[in-house]
Ligand binder design. Structure first.
Ligand code: ASP
Length: 473
């Protein structure tokens, strides 16, 4: 890993990235306080965009070539089946665990209770109106709220609010609609690429690239060695080129991360007062999500050190820090994938045969941070509207949040879009996502760190169980 030679010269890469991040936060504050946001937008933000673009254009071909090379180097189709099954099972278990932790936290802390009783009554009425309107009943005749002057004021306010909420949500809703294809087998159909070139051009279609690559790799195993040998060699070489690109891009990471943090945070508010209000409102909710995520982050290395005796808790942390910091600043597991691969292979010592197969699948389907966040968000939004969800409904959330996190693309805000599905599954209003949108970017950064840490940990455990850890790192 590039860390090693850098250590000799001075500070390790992850420390440089942390410094870049802190400077970015300080810059964002100064930018908001002094009205420099235009300058930040014009002259700093583009470097953050360049970083994300560079990682993205590396990620997709890297996923394809590394899976093909990984599968063909497994040599044995039975081993492929075994590793695949193990991978999916462990990913599923960690996701269900994460949702459960989220549910326990949010039920214990009840962040939704932070608002006043009046506000909650108001919210509840708004919800009832929505339910009625969904059922296409003329609620004005049905609910006699307007007879009470207190509620009359509330209903007229709601009419105005609905317009604002609708505006905010329209953009996300249209995205969610795109995701919803009719039919129970839609998800299966969506996994199969229509045209691999088109799939390669869209990071949201990563699952299609994975399906293609697995199919290609398996077919390579079925043809004679004199035919598949040159193909494997060529793809292996191309794979190395992409990994080299990661190395080079990561040299600039401290500066790029500074630019990303400065631009993202400063675009969230126009004055320091607005920033304070933004952070204070939704504070308890954010704290619950972050506490759950922290628990998971601390738990993964523990799991690794329990299963793999020779890897110490702190060492694992150290080795994957660059991937965690990249995840935090890009909010995208897909964009972080090249860095995660480098950390897991060169830092932790997982052999390519395993990491090149298990990691890309993890980046696409294993999102423990996202599933935890979705569970907390749904219950919090229900609490805000004075709705107590039954145990059965909470079990439905375990199921839908697990599926929603699997279905979330590894790009920023994907979890937010899929949250609409989880809300709908228990009869809640998907438009409520508007309430948590203001703090979503920060929580997205945090949950992406957990997603990436989960992938790296499971990959290490699977590699150890297959005896595929390098002797020396
Ligand atoms: N940004 C997350 C990721 O890429 C997905 C999400 O929760 O929005 O892992």
């Amino acid at each position: 890993m590039e860390n090693e030679p850098q250590k000799k010269k001075g500070l390790a890469l992850h420390w440089k990235i942390i410094i870049g991040m802190v400077l970015g936060i300080v810059w964002a504050y100064l930018s908001i306080a002094n009205g420099w946001n235009d300058f930040t937008d014009d002259w700093i933000a583009p470097f953050g965009t360049i970083f994300i673009r560079a990682l993205k254009f590396i990620a997709i071909p890297l996923v394809m070539f590394s899976i093909i090379v990984g599968i063909s180097s497994l040599k044995d189709i039975n081993k492929l089946g075994r590793v695949g099954l193990k991978t999916l099972s462990v990913y599923l278990v960690t996701t269900v665990l994460a949702v459960s932790i989220g549910l326990i936290f949010v039920n214990l802390v009840r962040p939704g209770d932070a608002i006043s009783e009046d506000q909650k009554i108001h919210n509840r009425i708004e919800y009832e109106l929505w339910v009625k309107s969904e059922a296409e009943i003329d609620f004005k005749d049905d609910i006699r709220l307007s007879e009470d002057p207190k509620y009359a004021a509330i209903t007229s306010e709601i009419a105005g609010m609905e317009v604002v909420v609708n505006d905010k949500v329209a953009a996300v809703q249209s995205k969610a609609d795109e995701n919803q294809e009719a039919g129970p087998l839609a998800a299966l159909v969506d996994m199969v690429p229509e045209n691999i070139i088109l799939s390669l051009g869209n990071p949201k279609l990563m699952l299609q690239v994975i399906v293609f690559a697995i199919f290609f790799g398996v077919c390579l195993l079925f043809i004679p060695e004199e035919k598949n040998g040159p193909v494997i060699k060529l793809f292996d070489g191309i794979n190395e080129v992409f990994l080299k690109m990661v190395d080079i891009v990561m040299k600039g990471a401290p500066f790029f991360v500074f630019a990303l943090m400065a631009a993202k945070l400063s675009s969230m508010a126009n004055s320091t007062d607005e920033l304070a209000i933004l952070l204070a409102s939704l504070g308890t909710y954010s704290a619950v999500v972050i506490a759950g995520l922290l628990l998971l982050i601390a738990f993964y290395p523990l799991l690794v050190s329990l299963f793999v005796k020779r890897i110490k808790y702190r060492d694992f942390w150290k080795k994957i820090t660059p991937a965690q910091l990249t995840a935090f600043s890009t909010s995208s597991s897909a964009a972080t994938l090249p860095v995660t691969m480098e950390c897991v292979e060169d830092g932790v010592g997982v052999k390519k045969e395993i990491s090149s197969f298990v990691l890309p699948i993890g980046a696409t389907v294993n999102m423990d941070g996202t599933s935890l966040y979705q569970a907390v968000a749904v219950i919090f939004l229900a609490q805000l509207h004075m709705i107590d969800l039954s145990l059965t409904e909470q079990l439905i959330i375990v199921m839908t949040a697990t599926l929603a996190s699997i279905g979330s693309a590894a790009v920023p805000s994907a979890g937010l879009v899929m949250l609409m599905m989880v809300l709908t599954s228990v009869g809640l209003n998907p438009a409520w996502i508007a309430i948590i949108i203001p703090v979503d970017r920060i929580l997205d950064m945090c949950r992406t760190v957990v997603n990436v840490t989960g992938d790296a940990s499971v990959t290490t455990i699977i590699a150890a169980s297959e005896n595929e850890l390098k002797e020396q790192v």
